[in-house]
Design a protein around this ligand. Structure first.
Ligand code: NAD
Ligand code: 4PL
Length: 248
């Protein structure tokens, strides 16, 4: 079988469950060798086993530079190096402003923004050392446009991810590395199903141009496009995928 991503190796962070798991499955279906990475190592192993083929699991906390360096080294050892990186891992909180203290703020910025930086740093260093082109897709959120409540630090971190996407795109274009972001709307992921966000579907659907509940596959299909050669003339862009909930 020939796929759009044959011969490529993709790293997907936060791929034990939810949107990351769907992205990992979709990139593998397109022919990529997928490194399924998560801080939840058992979950990553389960996802890799479910995908089968050449997929393999890695355990790493994206906010830990040593763990990320080890993960990238393992990808180089097993598959020659990374071609596609999907920065999907995040903490998705539901926390009223009155509960947002400095410890929560620091944790959210550390994982959701600094973790994305750490993976971008290590992965682009490896891509450039190999002299190969690459693709980075950062998963942000439409909460950055909507100013969604109960997620202040999260929204701020996602704005940072969009800023990093734009700046990296400029600096890495000459190296053949594209950097784009996807902003999902509310998606019925494992994390959302187990949280108070699960009660927001009715309200969010009211705002959507297309009715229905967002699914991880809705995001995975757009990520697969951005990871492919079809998106070769796009970089620094933020693609909103939310059934038309917000326009910007
Ligand atoms: P989820 O909570 O279901 O899954 C997140 C995964 O990331 C988990 O497997 C978790 O173990 C992993 N993870 C968390 N911290 C990590 C760390 N430090 N290092 C490595 N892995 C870590 O989340 P989801 O709903 O599938 O969200 C995936 C992405 O999509 C996130 O970036 C999220 O912000 C974004 N997003 C989600 C929605 C939504 O409604 N579900 C909407 C917009 C954006
Ligand atoms: C619209 O990124 O985009 C809830 C939870 N609602 O995490 C999100 C919307 C959530 C979102 C998000």
């Amino acid at each position: 079988m020939s796929g759009k991503l044959d011969g490529r190796t993709a790293l997907v962070t936060g791929a034990a469950q939810g949107i990351g798991k769907a992205i990992a499955g979709r990139l593998a279906a397109d022919g990529a060798t997928v490194a399924v990475c998560d801080v939840n190592g058992e979950g990553a192993a389960a996802t890799a086993a479910e995908i089968g083929g050449s997929a393999f699991a890695l355990t790493a906390d994206i906010s830990d530079p040593e763990a990320v360096a080890a993960a990238l080294a393992e990808i180089e050892r097993r598959a020659g190096g990374v071609d596609i990186v999907v920065n999907n891992a995040s903490i998705v909180p539901f926390i009223a402003w009155d509960e947002v203290d400095l410890a929560h703020w620091r944790k959210l910025i550390d994982v959701n923004l600094t973790g994305t930086f750490i993976v971008c740093r290590a992965a682009t260093d490896q891509m450039r050392a190999r002299g190969k082109p690459g693709r980075i897709v950062n998963i942000a959120s439409n909460t950055f446009f909507a100013g969604t409540p109960n997620m202040a630090a999260y929204v701020a971190a996602k704005g940072g991810v969009i800023g990093l996407t734009r700046a990296l795109a400029t600096e890495l274009g000459a190296h053949g590395i594209t950097v784009n972001a996807v902003t999902p709307g509310l998606i019925e992921s494992d994390g959302v199903k187990a949280s108070p966000h699960n009660n927001a579907f009715e309200f969010v659907e009211m705002l959507q141009a297309i009715k229905g509940k967002g699914q991880p596959e809705h995001i995975a299909d757009v990520v697969a496009f951005l990871a492919s050669d079809d998106a070769r003339w796009m970089t620094g862009q933020t693609v909103n995928v939310d059934a038309g909930m917000v326009r910007w």
